[in-house]
Write a protein that binds this ligand. Structure first.
Ligand SMILES: *Cc1c(COP(=O)(O)O)cnc(C)c1O
Length: 380
């Protein structure tokens, strides 16, 4: 990616920089490929809830997948039609359930029997009918970091298949909820398409179970989780959505008229964002050099939280490369972006771009150490 340093004039580091063209191209690509199959895509707001991103998501014709009441309200503020909003999460509060009901959202993805009962009760009080999908734990392993795999039985997410008989009994008496879908999500940053094929196999089996009980839901929602290339962001700026959708077209058995929904977050926004940070000091260690930068895990927590790798470039320097540890200012040893990486010779004042930071970057920022909350800017 070429960074036009002139566009950064007057901006105070650290900040997020979003490539508007790449974002729009990615959104248009997802939308047109999904349309070709008749699939519906909900952008997972938790990856990046920046209002400008949501406006572009809306302009591209996608819906959203929300995990909080505020994400629903932010989606609506960005123009997303409520009938395109799905609401997921293991711990929806009463107030958040009311927000969903008041706005007539598309669907509540329910993760437990007590949640179904509470939604039924609140919908009854409000004189509404809630559309729900059951988030079923498919017990499918995803080859990704253990913090971001969600589809295994011992996970806190979803309803286990052994509980489905009880769920159906509960649904017989909860008259203010209507079952319209089955929902699955096996994890994040998944690059092995076999994991999604395995999901399809499980969904087919689970559909048979429902079919045997004379239940055909309107839609299947297979969640998100498609990964991106963090090591070489320029190799594939737009992820392989075509290959991804093809897996479902080939392996998932939909019933007549049944609709297929996706909730993609990372794959849509990761590559369009970079964290721009300034080198404050270059310090010589015993055997290495440290580039001490003005961003820390308050701005981008993924390396500290999941040992995530982000490519880093010195966009101010054309000097020969040297080895550096790139570290932040926060008083924790985990505040390190990369160890022993090659960077063009660093000097105080140089700007570094930490790439592939559009997803779970700005969205997870904090003000720890009373630091100023990081802002995001968009290219013209
Ligand atoms: C986080 C999440 C997503 C999006 O995951 P990505 O890996 O960013 O695509 C989709 N659905 C649910 C239920 C989620 O929790």
């Amino acid at each position: 990616m070429n960074f036009d340093l002139k566009q950064f004039e007057g901006l105070k580091t650290p900040f997020y920089w979003y490539d508007s063209q790449l974002l729009d191209q990615t959104l248009q690509t997802v939308k047109s490929l999904a349309d070709r199959h008749g699939y519906h895509v909900h952008y997972a707001v938790k990856a990046n809830g920046n209002l400008e991103i949501l406006r572009r998501v809306n302009a591209a014709g996608l819906g959203t997948d929300c995990v909080s009441g505020n994400e629903i309200l932010q989606s609506i503020a960005a123009g997303i039609a409520p009938e395109k909003i799905a609401f997921a999460g293991v711990g929806k509060s009463d107030e958040e359930i009311r927000i969903g009901l008041e706005n007539n959202i598309f669907c509540f993805n329910c993760e437990s029997i007590p949640e179904i009962e509470v939604i039924d009760e609140i919908a009854g009080q409000m004189g509404r009918r809630a559309h729900i999908a059951l988030r079923i734990n498919p017990n499918v392993h995803a080859s990704t970091h253990h913090y971001i795999t969600t589809g295994l039985e011992e996970n806190k997410f979803g309803i286990n298949t052994w509980a489905l008989d009880d769920v159906l009994k509960v649904l017989e008496r909860t008259k203010n909820v209507e079952l319209i879908g089955l929902h699955f999500h096996i994890g994040s940053q998944i690059l092995d398409m076999q994991d999604f094929r395995n999901l399809c196999t499980r969904v087919n089996e689970i559909q048979e179970w429902f079919y045997a009980r004379k239940i055909i839901v309107d839609h299947i929602n297979v969640g998100g989780g498609l990964g991106v290339n963090y090591e070489q962001p320029d190799k594939q700026p737009i992820p392989t959505f075509e290959e991804y959708f093809k897996v479902f077209a080939e392996s998932l058995k939909l019933r007549p008229k049944q609709q297929l929904h996706f909730e993609l977050g990372r794959a849509i926004v990761a590559q369009c964002g970079s964290l721009i940070t300034k080198v404050l000091y270059v310090k010589n260690g015993t055997n290495k050099k440290f580039a001490i930068v003005d961003a820390g895990f308050t701005e981008l927590i993924r390396p500290a939280l999941y040992q995530a790798v982000h490519k880093i470039e010195n966009i101010s320097s054309t000097e020969p490369e040297e080895k550096y540890d790139v570290v932040g200012p926060i008083c924790e040893s985990s505040d390190c972006f990369a160890k022993s990486i090659d960077l063009a010779g660093c000097h105080r004042g140089d700007l570094l771009a930490i790439r592939t930071a559009g997803a779970y970057g700005e969205a997870m920022a904090s003000t720890y150490n009373l630091r100023t909350l990081v802002k995001g800017y968009f290219s013209k």
